[in-house]
Write a protein that binds this ligand. Structure first.
Ligand code: AMP
Ligand code: FES
Ligand code: ZN
Ligand code: ZN
Length: 364
């Protein structure tokens, strides 16, 4: 298989686009496409500050890399969940995020070193244009000094995610539901308190299509309405949420990480095993194998239908209130589900820590 752009050996063949690319051209294609999606769905502008939620996995670390290369002001946020699962899952994930940050920083300082010491050819030399434009391109690649914000759930609230899950009835013995609730809340709060305009997650097309498939099977119109590449900050206490990788297949984000040399955690969360969304992904992959592009079409046609107001009627009926304690929106008056989780436990410590904002450790 040959690269469509240069004819050299391709590293990936994307059957849904009838496009094969070599490593070099694939590394160009991913940021170009990402920029196209950012503009198409009006996700954010170069002036805005972005908080990328990074899990240590291929999608979110690749996303952070691409946004920095595109010149966006993107910081990272890692939430320590305290999951061991026989593979030291949370610690390993955290380590990948730290490694990513130090690698990207050394790339920035190397670049600065090279530019300030580079011996530019004299005017008149035919190489000068090439070299100048190369330096120009690389300069626009990474011009933001990123930080990584870390919130360790056990340190802030006194319990790991599996601990919290064990004492609640949410999720029938599995921590995933509690975990999702806590992650959403913390992401929102850190984005809001840190003065970020937007919160970006690494959800890829396979993630989005699996969720869509599940919600379509049950015709859950409330969830269908809230599934989109951009969720506006239309309620007080909410940050705008975006998914710039929502049109990339999982194999494409994995290939990007691999070709770009980004180290990431290969293990899935140990609690994901046997989940409905993994079962749905398998079914969808089988369908994709038989008809390439079916996942992308399912998603794009859904977005079009949603845009045309298919679920709009439902929207008017959902009323949200501000949580009495944290201010984030909640469907019932009083405390939100997150605050209720912690209510009985260490009411004072959590409130004190949160009000002082001491829970976010920032790595410069
Ligand atoms: P998942 O729900 O695990 O498929 O993750 C979806 C997205 O949520 C990832 O691409 C990340 O952007 C974000 N995310 C997941 N886990 C974490 C975490 N522990 N810390 C920060 N962000 C996370
Ligand atoms: Fe939260 Fe698996 S990542 S339970
Ligand atoms: Zn090529
Ligand atoms: Zn609350």
């Amino acid at each position: 298989m040959k690269c469509r752009k240069c004819g050299s050996e391709a590293v990936i063949n994307m059957r849904q686009h009838k496009l094969a690319l070599c490593g070099e051209h694939f590394l160009e294609w991913v940021p170009e496409q990402t920029q196209r999606f950012i503009e198409k769905y009006k996700m954010f502008t170069p002036d805005e500050r972005i908080l990328v939620a990074v899990s240590g996995g291929k999608d979110s670390l690749s996303l952070w890399n691409v946004l920095l290369r595109l010149g966006y002001k993107a910081d990272g946020m890692y939430i320590g969940l305290g999951i061991e699962g026989g593979v030291d899952y949370s610690n390993q994930s955290h380590e990948m995020c730290d490694k990513f940050l130090s690698n990207i920083k050394s790339q920035i300082s190397n670049f600065k070193f090279q530019t300030s010491n580079s011996q530019l050819p004299q005017e008149g030399n035919s190489e000068i244009h090439d070299l100048k434009s190369e330096i120009g391109n690389r300069k626009s690649e990474i011009n933001w000094q990123p930080t990584l914000r870390v919130v360790d759930i056990a340190k802030v609230y006194g319990e790991t995610i599996p601990d919290v899950a064990a004492r609640t009835t949410r999720g029938r013995g599995k921590p995933c539901s509690v975990c999702g609730l806590i992650k959403r809340h913390v992401m929102n709060r850190v984005a809001r308190d840190g003065g970020y305009d937007v919160l970006a997650t690494g959800h890829n097309l396979d993630d989005e299509v699996a969720v869509l498939f599940g919600n379509t099977l049950t015709w859950n119109s409330g969830y269908l309405l809230r599934q989109a590449p951009v969720l506006p900050a239309d309620k007080p206490g909410l940050a705008r949420k975006v998914k710039p990788f929502c049109r990339f297949y999982e194999r494409e984000t994995a290939a990007y990480a691999l070709v770009r040399g980004i180290e990431y955690i290969y293990d899935e969360c140990p609690f994901a095993e046997g989940s409905t969304s993994i079962a749905h992904k398998e079914i969808l992959n089988q369908m994709e194998k038989d008809s390439p592009g079916v996942k992308l079409q399912f998603y794009l046609n859904f977005l079009r239908a949603r845009e045309q107001g298919l679920f709009a009627e439902h929207a008017e009926r959902v009323e949200l209130n501000a949580c009495e304690k944290c201010g984030q929106p909640t469907s019932a008056p009083g405390l939100c589900a997150f605050c209720r989780l912690w209510e009985r436990r260490h009411r004072d410590t959590a409130t004190t820590l949160l009000s002082k904002g001491t829970d976010v450790i920032t790595n410069q």
